[in-house]
Design a protein around this ligand. Structure first.
Ligand code: SAM
Length: 387
């Protein structure tokens, strides 16, 4: 029983990054799918995944999967799931989910059928007629895709992008999980010199520093499954201790952040303090047109204004031109720039070494990757290999 199947949803485009994270932490049967990664492991792996994953949105237990094209099939499918192994007689068990390309398309109807079947199953087991649902919340989730139903139990509670360091955000922060994925693709290491010249509230800087120092992103926060009767409280303390033991405060990493807006600079500083990485960062007010890499070699991850939420489109386009003028003179760094603009490369004045489609919320973006090799990495093959 203590070996379970799990599902971790993630941003489209980051599945392989998340699969890599899971393999490194010792999960079994790691398989990347569209927008999610499935894996298996014991209860400690579940706790470890919640505390350590940088790019997952949450960790769900897969309770059952079956085909259903009618409400009756849906009801019978849920009735077979041994929910009593997870849900106690007083626990709350709300249901939510989604349906895509399926005969059962009404989400609210599916929601009530699944709830009814769950109640029916638990009634037989606990021999009670009424569920008070005053205990810990056990959020049931379902997905119906091409008539395949998956029923899941959420172990995370609040989404895993809620690390606990963001005191406040500016008007267009990048989601922590997406920033962490880009940082993984940029191969930020414990000795990287890192830059974000449009740092806003500091998300890239903080995610890069915590990765370089190996600080588990969700070390200090709570998870829904901490209140589940089925898990021993010890797994959480074991996994938090494991995470703390692996932190490397002596890492050579250093990050430079800048933003034209004074309030954003102050906000980024506050957030960095809260995340415990302020001493590894220098955050200043500066126009990105004056950007430079002072270290022998630097990695730049950044999301300039899109012209949708922050600046008008033409202003954003001019900014991309200005960025190109400045950044294209720099040959001692690699650039990872996320933008929704299809014209970015033309405006920036240089074709990316490589591109990757990523979604920032609902906005379809490209990660434009410009790679300048450090002096010790000369061959073209080696460069391609790194990307
Ligand atoms: C999309 S936001 C970056 C959000 C950031 N990644 C975060 O998570 O909070 C773009 C940022 O660029 C800044 N900005 C706009 N024009 C700038 C310029 N010319 N130089 C430097 N920063 C600029 C804005 O103040 C804003 O904070």
């Amino acid at each position: 029983m203590n070996f379970l199947k799990y599902i971790a949803p993630c941003h489209f485009g980051l599945e392989s990054v998340l699969a890599g994270e899971l393999k490194r932490m010792g999960a079994d049967n790691v398989v990347a799918h569209n927008g999610k990664v499935t894996f298996s492991g014991d209860y400690n792996i579940m706790a470890r995944a919640n505390i350590n994953l940088r790019t997952a949105e949450r960790v769900l237990i897969e309770l059952g999967a079956f085909n259903a094209r009618s409400f009756e099939e849906l009801f019978q499918g849920v009735l077979k799931i041994p929910l009593e192994n997870y849900i106690g007689s007083k626990d709350a068990f709300p249901v939510k989910g989604w349906s895509l390309n399926s005969k059962l398309f009404s989400v609210s109807d599916c929601q009530s059928i699944i709830k009814k079947a769950a109640v029916e199953r638990l009634k037989k087991h606990y021999k009670i007629e009424w569920f008070v649902e005053t205990g810990p919340v056990h959020q049931l989730q379902f997905s119906i895709h091409n008539d395949e139903v998956t029923v899941m139990l959420d172990t995370s509670g609040a989404g895993l992008h809620k690390r606990g360091y963001r005191i406040n955000a500016n008007s267009a922060p990048i989601k922590e999980t997406l920033a962490a994925g880009i940082i993984d693709l940029a191969r930020v290491r414990n000795n990287t010199t890192f830059y974000d010249p449009f740092c806003g509230s500091g998300t890239f800087l903080i995610e890069a520093a915590t990765k370089a120092l190996n600080i588990p992103p969700c070390l200090k926060r709570k998870f829904a499954a901490q209140n589940f009767g089925m898990f021993d409280e010890a797994i959480w303390s074991q996994e938090r201790s494991r995470g703390i033991d692996l932190i490397n405060r002596d890492a050579e990493f250093f990050g430079y952040g800048s933003d034209i807006d004074f309030e954003s600079v102050e906000l980024a500083k506050q957030n960095a303090k809260k995340a415990g990485v302020f001493s590894k960062l220098l955050i200043t007010q500066k126009d990105a047109k004056d950007f430079e890499i002072k270290a022998p070699y630097g990695v730049v991850c950044t999301n300039p204004p899109y012209g949708e939420r922050m600046l008008e489109l033409e202003e954003a386009n001019q900014l991309y031109r200005d960025m190109g003028e400045c950044f294209n003179k720099i040959d001692n760094g690699s650039f990872y720039i996320i933008s929704p603009s299809e014209k970015f490369e033309t405006l920036f004045g240089k074709t990316a070494t490589k591109r990757r489609k990523l979604y920032n919320g609902m906005i379809k973006c490209q990660l434009y990757m410009y790679y300048n090799a450090p002096n010790n990495l000369k061959s073209r093959d080696e460069i391609r290999e790194r990307l």
